[in-house]
Write a protein that binds this ligand. Structure first.
Ligand code: FDA
Length: 372
């Protein structure tokens, strides 16, 4: 008999949820992560008394009450509501596109006036069959919103001109004809009071965790330790890229401590002009209504991805999705390896979705009668 029931590769939200639930059911788990901290991308580092979201702004939102109650059972959440703003060449607009945005753009006051303006702009260029992302966006919201709020931001995100990007990237653009700056439509939303680490620390309490441990550098030894592996790293790396490499977009984060109490007055500012190389500036203290003397901001720079860079966003185009399906076929043949999480499933998951995905696996693997 092996020492552990499960070796869990990755101490992110997926791996930690699985470990917690397995441990609760009497299974012995070992969690390893190549990083020197737990939490994966939701990890926060406390600097100057402020929880700094090390891997980009993380706002918890869900309409699933079970998931909301579950995360609240580890930590209390505050009432943070994400209301980002866009800065286009010094002009400030509310996001998501709503009556406040339209009023600032065109001086319109009523929803009817706003709708008429958008319709007029959509018709102006007469695009019937959009050939690229630019044409698609203009056909959905008109030229003004596209030029000031979409074009530069999207081009920075993808590292290409909007005319060279396929139209399917933007299927729809949510426009809201109410004066409502709440970014998410979900019923529940907030930030854990004291930061995300509390959730992961509580999940992994009493479980063996080895940090700074890369599965691939200790593959045989680690594999021998457990009956089964839950793998939340990159599925193509697991198979040594034998069928090809799945593509990602990466990000670089530049954190700065500033000698001022309040830098931008809001947690998230999107910079929508192409000329500014970063897409967003995050001021972390606003997530938890901090009153610290100093502040910390993070500039987010999108970048191309190559092997050994941090993979942040899967590029779910046809080519990559087809390749992923081939890896999935290999994975289906495994009897003692479970793939999961955003890298194992090659899917952009929000936090609530990653917990839901973990519950699905838990139910299948551990507990047919699970209440979830
Ligand atoms: P995650 O990547 O967190 O964990 C995987 C872990 O596996 C990592 O710690 C990694 O080091 C480890 N690992 C990989 N390979 C390994 C190996 N070979 N050996 C050992 N360890 C290995 N969601 C949301 O709900 N609201 C939000 O506001 C945001 N914001 C956001 C911003 C940005 C910039 C990104 C990229 C993502 C978000 N998200 C989000 C999504 C959120 O980050 C995501 O849902 C979870 O962190 C995914 O958890 P996982 O455990 O799947 O992966």
């Amino acid at each position: 008999m092996k020492k552990y029931d499960y070796l869990i590769v990755g101490a992110g939200l997926f791996g930690s949820t699985f470990a917690y639930e397995a441990n609760k059911r009497g299974k012995k788990c070992l969690v390893v992560d190549k990083r020197n901290h737990i939490g994966g991308n939701i990890y926060c580092k406390k600097i100057e008394g402020i929880n700094v979201h090390q891997y980009g702004a993380h706002i918890f939102h869900t309409s699933n009450k079970k998931i909301w109650d579950y995360v609240n059972s580890f930590v209390e959440f505050n009432r943070y509501t994400n209301s980002p703003i866009a800065n286009y060449k010094g002009e400030i607009y509310n996001l998501p596109f709503n009556m406040n945005t339209f009023n600032k753009l065109w001086g319109v006051v009523t929803p009817e006036e706003a709708k008429a303006k958008i319709e007029e702009q959509k018709k102006e260029l007469g695009i019937e069959e959009p050939k690229n992302l630019e044409e698609q966006a203009i056909s959905l919201v008109g030229i003004d919103i596209y030029t000031k709020l979409i074009k530069g931001y999207t081009e920075k995100q993808w590292g290409r001109n909007a005319t060279e990007l396929p139209s399917f990237i933007i299927k729809r653009l949510p426009v809201r004809f109410t004066y409502d700056n709440n970014y998410f439509n979900d019923k529940y939303q907030g930030i854990p009071e004291g930061g995300y680490n509390i959730i992961i620390e509580k999940m992994l309490e009493g479980i063996d965790v080895n940090l700074s441990t890369d599965f691939f550098k200790n593959r045989d030894k680690l594999t021998d330790l457990a009956e089964k592996i839950v793998f939340t790293g990159m599925i193509d790396e697991f198979y040594n890229y034998e069928l090809g490499t799945l593509e990602y977009r990466s990000l670089k984060f530049e954190h700065e401590i500033l000698e001022c109490e309040n830098y931008q007055g809001v947690a998230v500012v999107n910079y929508t002009e192409r000329e500014i190389p970063y897409t967003r500036v995050i001021e972390h203290k606003h997530f938890e209504y901090g009153t610290q003397e100093k502040t910390i901001i993070t500039k987010e720079y999108p970048s191309d991805w190559k092997i050994n860079d941090e993979p942040y966003y899967p590029v779910n185009n046809n080519k990559n999705n087809e390749l992923f399906e081939k890896y999935k076929k290999l994975a289906a043949k495994e009897t003692n390896i479970i793939f999961g999480g955003r890298l194992g499933d090659y899917k952009y998951y929000d936090m609530h979705q990653v917990i839901e995905a973990a519950f699905d696996i838990i139910k299948e693997e551990l507990d047919e009668g699970s209440k979830y």
